[in-house]
Design a protein around this ligand. Structure first.
Ligand code: C2E
Ligand code: CA
Ligand code: CA
Length: 690
């Protein structure tokens, strides 16, 4: 309000009391002071706002000092922080102007004010918040980047100092560029897709990305992006990206992971990683109908290197071996070190089983060159065992164990060579070491038992005989098949007590069935080579007959071709002595050896069992059918009985019947079963499905 002493009254002024009242009741805070700033008047609004009554304020200094210097015609305006009577603060937006008398002398100062406390506080909060945010952006240790979020404009509009520090790029260098430039051409990152989708869908997103600094070095960016909406809250105008350099953490994790999966000496995969890789390889091979080869390699006489030249030399050698092995294989294959001087190579994607032998030869070849250990040429060879998926098993642990067994065979037979696993090498879950003791104890504790598989006379479709097949009911492992322990029993000599037990048990069972009225059943018992070579075999068999009361006419001994062919003269003697006891002799697995039928004529043999491998394909392979048919015809012409083994299908049985094969045995007619199950089968004659 400008004070103007010469201003003429406009229109007719209202009466003085009206003027006074309008000041008194004005919503503005009106204060009139003398020229020294001491209050002489304040209106009701002022009293209400300040909490004082007029009498308390009269004469108090009420204005800021500098307004006292106002000259006529001047005015001051500003926001003033004041105190209420109750000491609380309030803001007044004030306009102060001097009031002059007729001579133009300043007599008073008039202050018009408005309580702006509410909007002032709000404003301050907002300003403060903005300031804080700016400060947060600037001082954040995370890189922050703000980009546009237009359909075709994702350019950077802001980066904070931390961004500059982390990436090495200054703000000037990056503003205007597209945000994704930090990834460079490293686009094969699965997490990138998450960010792309989040940007497209205008939502938050998080990813762990490999980013690149200005100097080309890589860092791990744990990126978090969030959309920024316009004031309507509907449209996304920008994205804020928070860049977290977590390289240290990620690298540490990777280091830990690496240590947990790699051999520290050679840097090759360790056992953990190996198991993973085999599992992956099997899964892949299963889908692609391919083969996996597991090659276990053990250096021969490595201990000598260690003993002769010390552990340092041994370590050098292992490292060099690791390098050579790695150079023999493709990137997709794995070389691992199991510890000591044992290595494993996993070969994936093999189309043929035979290929693995070629690779094994290549591996042995690569080790044949001398190793340079402290300037000296040192030579080493290796023994390699191989197992294959799916041929030998479908589990890493089993394949490794089988490869180990095959390798062990190589060690036994002169080392520096390769062998593939064969089932007869296997002993499920029992290590070679404790096998013998386990079996011996098993025998004492009665863990062995017999299963019985029927032999069928095709013409009558009746069970005429039975083959006793031994099983080991191991207390921890469960049922173990003979293929897994007979070869070792044979090697260790345990086959002798075991074979004798089988003989006695089968005889005892035969008598028991006879007593139950199941008469006339011929029981076949398998003989092992070692058993057969016993000088006193006939006496032992006779003793068992006497002891069990078995009828020799109802007992058949099954021998294999190779057993019979070993030493013709002594075999002849042995067979005659056995036959004198009244039992019959069957030639098992016929066709797998080298004997000719005419040669066999010299031996006192009663029956031939045609090996499973000839029966397998007779219904679809004309050559196999012709061979089987010839064996049957010739055997009959020689007056021998014939049994076809491994009959699994109706077509095979029908064909064998047409060929005139008298007897058959196989899963189609009955699997090996325990004595009780066999007895009820026999009672009902629940076979004969042809
Ligand atoms: P093997 O004497 O040739 O016995 C026949 C084998 O073929 C048995 O295996 C039997 O279960 C199996 N088999 C029978 N029918 C079929 C069929 O239709 N398809 C197929 N794929 N297989 C069939 P098992 O019981 O595992 O015996 C394996 C071998 O262990 C025997 O072969 C025999 O050489 C030996 N063995 C078994 N018991 C004894 C024993 O008490 N003493 C000795 N020394 N060896 C035994
Ligand atoms: Ca047999
Ligand atoms: Ca057989």
């Amino acid at each position: 309000m400008n004070a103007d002493k010469s201003a003429p009254p406009i229109g007719s002024p209202p009466p003085w009391d009206v003027l006074a009242l309008s000041v008194q009741q004005s919503p503005f805070l009106v204060v009139i002071t003398n020229e020294e700033g001491h209050l002489q008047y304040c209106n009701e609004s002022y009293c209400r706002t300040s909490g004082y009554i007029l009498e308390e304020l009269l004469g108090t200094a009420n204005l800021l000092d500098h307004v006292l210097t106002l000259t006529a015609g001047e005015q001051w305006q500003g926001d003033v922080l004041s105190l209420r009577k109750d000491r609380s603060e309030y803001w007044v937006r004030q306009i102060v102007s001097p009031l002059c008398d007729a001579e133009g002398r300043i007599t008073h100062l008039v202050s018009l004010g408005q309580d702006i406390t509410h909007s002032k506080v709000r404003m301050e909060d907002a300003e403060q918040a903005l300031l804080l945010r700016e400060q947060a952006l600037v001082s954040s240790s995370n890189g922050i980047m703000i980009t546009r979020s237009d359909e075709n404009d994702h350019s950077i509009v802001y980066v904070n100092p931390a961004f500059e520090r982390i990436t090495g790029y200054s703000a000037n260098e990056v503003i205007g560029r597209e945000g994704r430039f930090l990834v460079r051409d490293d686009l094969a990152q699965p997490d990138l897709e998450e960010i792309r989708v989040a940007l497209r869908e205008k939502r938050e997103g998080q990813a762990l990305l490999r980013n690149y600094r200005k100097d080309g070095t890589q860092f791990w960016n744990e990126l978090h992006i969030a959309p920024v909406k316009d004031s309507s809250g509907l449209a996304t105008t920008h994205f804020v990206s928070v860049i977290n350099d977590v390289s240290e953490r990620v690298n540490y994790q990777k280091e830990l992971e690496y240590q947990a999966t790699h051999d520290s000496l050679t840097g090759l995969a360790n056992r953990n990683l190996l198991n993973d890789r085999i599992t992956q390889a099997i899964a892949w091979a299963n889908r692609q109908k391919l083969t996996v080869g597991v090659m276990l390699l053990d250096l021969d006489h490595f201990k000598l290197v260690n003993d002769a030249s010390g552990h340092g030399a041994g370590d050098q050698m292992l490292k060099q071996v690791a390098q050579r092995l790695s150079s023999c294989i493709r990137d997709t294959d794995t070389v691992a070190r199991l510890g000591g001087d044992e290595f494993v190579i996993v070969l994936t994607d093999l189309p043929e089983t035979g290929d693995v032998d070629l690779i094994a030869e290549k591996v042995l070849g690569s080790l044949a060159r001398p190793f340079d250990i402290d300037g000296q040429d040192v030579f080493v060879t290796a023994s390699v065992g191989i197992s294959m998926y799916p041929r030998d098993g479908d589990h890493g642990e089993i394949l490794l164990r089988y490869a180990d067994m095959a390798m062990y065979r190589v060690k036994e037979h002169g080392r520096n060579s390769v062998r593939q696993f064969m089932p007869e090498m296997g002993v499920t879950a029992i290590s070679r070491m404790n096998m013998e003791g386990s079996m011996r104890r098993g025998l004492e504790r009665g863990e062995f038992k017999l299963h019985y598989q029927p032999k069928i006379e095709l013409a009558t479709q009746r069970i005429v005989g039975v083959e006793a097949l031994v099983r080991w009911q191991h207390p921890q492992i469960g049922l173990i098949h003979p293929i897994e322990f007979i070869p070792l029993a044979e090697e260790s000599g345990l086959i002798l007590p075991l074979g004798e037990w089988v003989l006695a048990e089968a005889c005892r069972q035969q008598v028991a069935w006879k007593d139950q009225g199941l008469d006339g059943l011929r029981v076949a018992i398998n003989m092992s080579p070692r058993q057969f070579r016993q000088e006193d075999l006939a006496e032992r068999v006779a003793a068992v007959f006497a002891q069990t009361g078995a009828d020799p006419a109802c007992v058949t001994l099954e021998l294999t071709e190779s057993m019979v062919m070993q030493d013709v003269n002594s075999t002849l003697v042995a067979l005659r002595t056995l036959k004198n006891l009244g039992l019959t002799i069957s030639l098992d697995d016929f066709g797998t050896g080298y004997s000719s039928l005419s040669y066999l004529r010299r031996f006192p043999i009663d029956e031939l069992k045609i090996d499973k491998s000839f029966i397998n394909d007779i219904h679809e392979n004309a050559d196999d059918a012709a061979i089987a048919s010839a064996i049957i015809a010739m055997a009959i012409s020689l007056g021998l009985g014939v049994v076809a083994e491994g009959v699994e299908r109706k077509e095979q049985a029908e064909l064998l019947m047409k060929m005139g094969c008298p007897q058959v045995q196989g899963y189609y007619f009955g699997r090996p079963m325990d004595a009780a199950a066999f007895a009820s089968c026999l009672r009902e004659q629940r076979v004969g499905r042809v």
